[in-house]
Ligand binder design. Structure first.
Ligand code: GH3
Ligand code: MG
Ligand code: MG
Length: 414
């Protein structure tokens, strides 16, 4: 064993930025998380895309949100495409006049094309509601009202469409928009029914029946829709709360509560992954056990709370000083395990000395400026063929040596 080259002249001055406070619940974006990530999978071969996928991208776009909007819109348009077929059949059977039927079919096709063009071009993205639910629903109800006038012999059947259109709006409209579309439908259809009575005076009784049914069913659909929307919003907020709770639980499972560092169990997983990585790359990495010196004295002199603060600040200072790819874990009590990937022992020693220097200058507990702490470190270089359990034992032996040699120093297992 030899003393690590801790020449202060070789050490970098601590960075001038403030030391970030560790929040145990946050998902780390720096080194430990990176290091803890599973090995990158070997590059997957480019997935073969069928011509259907290409056609889907062309019709629906590649943006997932736009795809959802366009496919929803096309589903509702499908119903109207069937309606166009039905009116075509009706006019061939002389149920309705050809001229008005053609006008109805053409305007509907133009409407469908217009809505699709706006969605597919992405123009809808600038609207408050990019799904354009309200205009689509109002447009559809307008078409149903026109069809009610033109398809006189089977107009009663068309009333089914009114409710169907409102169902499309249940999840996509706000309460105010739902009431607006309901009112619009009622006013529009009342006008269509009145015109029907004017044009066909003999149908007044049937129109009254139609009106009563419509005036009953549409508000009920709206109320049921509102209840479903509330239930859905409630479930969504519960799901969001569960997701947040799950994230916290996952963070707690791998992190030490006091310092926010990885806990011992998770560090073992990180080390296993690092061993596998090392087997492939052949580059050595450094393991280092760090133990705060005379920590019991700090507890005894300043109290357990101050001791906790020291542990927390030591973790922050060390992390701040280390590279993004280095992983520091709380190994237990006032003992920490550090893993420096792709780092031989001499370079690892320099990193440890940087922490030592930062610790010397940093006030650990602002209320206790006289409180300073030192640490002893036992370091070993992990090479191909080494076994993790033995490696940690070796680092521990080096640490024991550092303690025996008077503390506040680093020893390398050799
Ligand atoms: P040495 O230099 O030989 O390491 O001496 P030491 O006093 O640091 O070592 P010892 O193992 O005798 O004492 C470690 C102390 O660390 C005892 C324990 O109460 C304290 N400790 C362990 N975990 C915590 C903690 O989470 N918070 C606080 N405040 N103290 C802790
Ligand atoms: Mg100690
Ligand atoms: Mg100890």
């Amino acid at each position: 064993m030899h003393v690590a080259p801790g020449n202060p002249a070789n050490l970098r001055a601590p960075k001038a930025k403030s030391i970030p406070t560790m929040d145990p619940s946050r998902t780390p974006t720096h080194s430990p998380a990176l290091a803890a990530q599973p090995d990158p999978a070997p590059e997957a071969p480019a997935r073969q895309r069928s011509p259907w996928h290409g056609l889907g991208d062309l019709v629906l776009s590649t943006d997932p949100m736009q795809r959802l909007r366009i496919s929803r819109s096309l589903t509702s348009m499908l119903v109207f495409a069937v309606c166009i077929g039905a009116t075509e059949y009706a006019q061939t059977r002389d149920l309705i006049e050809t001229g008005p039927a053609r006008w109805l079919q053409t305007t509907l096709l133009v409407w469908i094309a217009l809505v699709y063009a706006v969605l597919r071009s992405g123009w809808n993205r600038q609207f408050d509601d990019p799904a354009m639910s309200l205009p689509q629903i109002l447009g559809a109800q307008t078409w149903v009202a026109a069809a009610y006038l033109i398809c006189h012999p089977f107009r009663g059947a068309l009333m089914m469409l009114l409710a169907l259109v409102l169902v499309f709006g249940i999840f996509n409209l706000s309460g105010r928009e739902r009431r607006l579309s309901n009112l619009y439908t009622l006013v529009l259809m009342s006008g269509a029914m009145l015109l029907t009575v004017v044009w066909y005076p003999g149908s007044a009784a049937l129109e009254i029946v139609h009106f009563v049914l419509m005036a009953t069913i549409l508000p009920v659909v709206t109320v049921l829709g509102a209840q479903l929307a509330t239930t859905r919003a409630h479930l969504k907020s519960k799901k969001d709360a569960l997701e947040i709770a799950l994230q916290r639980i996952q963070a707690m499972a791998i992190r030490d509560e006091l310092t926010g560092l990885f806990n011992r169990r998770h560090m073992m997983e990180v080390l296993e992954q690092q061993t596998r990585r090392q087997e492939r790359s052949g580059k050595p990495f450094t393991l280092c056990l760090i133990d705060l010196d005379h920590f019991k004295r700090i507890n005894d002199t300043y109290g357990h709370g101050a001791g906790d603060e020291v542990l927390r600040h030591f973790a922050e200072i060390a992390q701040y000083t280390l590279r993004d790819t280095d992983v520091l874990a709380r190994w237990g009590g006032e003992e920490f395990l550090l893993m420096l990937p792709d780092t031989p022992a001499d370079a690892g020693s320099l990193s440890i000395e940087r922490i030592r220097k930062s610790l010397m200058h940093a006030p650990l507990v602002p209320e206790l400026p006289e409180l300073h702490v030192t640490f002893s470190a036992g370091l070993m270089e992990f090479n191909q063929g080494d076994e993790m359990r033995t490696a940690i034992e070796r680092a521990d032996r080096a640490l024991y040596q550092a303690k025996s040699d008077g503390r506040d120093c680093t020893r390398v297992y050799a």
